[in-house]
Design a protein around this ligand. Structure first.
Ligand code: MN
Length: 243
């Protein structure tokens, strides 16, 4: 029996709001896909990584912040970049002491293709293309895995995946990305939307699950979006696109 897919957008170190968001979705009843950027911007990034690793039937797709965190472990230049991008020093030190967690993180895929043609990935851009050249999502994962095998290339992943909102601003890029990957729609995080639920756009061919779950990057007057903007079963999004 296949479990329904639960998608979790960018958490950015807010473990408390993550648990709140997951309350209606007990582990064991869902296959959970974390879309990356569990870390940075809030205090419990490594805690969120460990939770994603240990939650049954779960997968974490690599976000640009996970890549930069790995880069910061060994490169002073990248450490500076990472700290300026919301890195928490204690997260880096915790990750440094936990080699099994480092190995696990270096083995996360960049994307996941479902049987219905849905492609899940962190960023709403086609920078994966620059990293991996032509080929399928599976071959992109192989290239990313190769880049992460040894220290030294992680920041290239950060560079490729950091541009925001490309699919929404340039629908032609979305068309070509779907064509190139053979996907019917792309599900992503990375670029905060402002809606109460994951944002469907591009005539239903793209869904954004970055609903600004993490509180810590917000200014005090900014209204928080509900957790349902970032965490929801995937199959519901088809209905939103028709409403
Ligand atoms: Mn991101």
């Amino acid at each position: 029996m296949s479990l329904p897919i639960l998608v979790v957008g960018d958490v950015h170190g807010d473990l408390e709001r993550l648990f709140q968001a997951l309350q209606p979705y007990p582990p064991g009843e869902f296959r959970t896909v974390f879309l990356g950027d569990l870390v940075d911007g809030g205090p419990f990034g490594v805690g969120a990584l460990r939770y994603a690793r240990d939650r049954p039937d779960s997968e974490l797709l690599l976000g640009n912040h996970e890549a930069l965190l790995l880069a910061a472990l060994h490169s002073p230049d990248q450490f500076h970049r990472w700290i300026m991008s919301g890195g928490e020093r204690h997260d880096l030190e915790e990750l440094r002491r936990d080699e099994p967690l480092q190995r696990w993180l270096r083995n996360r895929p960049a994307m996941l293709r479902l049987e219905d043609g849905t492609l899940l990935q962190h960023a709403d851009n086609d920078g994966y293309w620059d990293l991996a050249g032509s080929g399928s999502p599976e071959s992109i994962n192989e290239v990313v895995a190769e880049m992460l095998r040894e220290p030294g290339h992680e920041h290239e992943i950060w560079d490729a995946l950091t541009p925001r909102g490309m699919f929404k601003r340039m629908p032609g890029r979305l068309d070509r990305w779907l064509e190139r990957t053979g996907a019917a729609r792309v599900v992503h995080g990375h670029t905060p939307h402002r809606g109460p639920r994951p944002e469907v756009y591009g005539e239903g061919r793209a869904v954004n699950f970055d609903g600004g779950l993490g509180r810590y990057g917000k200014n005090r007057y900014q209204k928080l979006q509900p957790v349902s903007a970032s965490v929801a079963p995937l199959d519901l999004s088809a209905h939103w696109s028709r409403s």
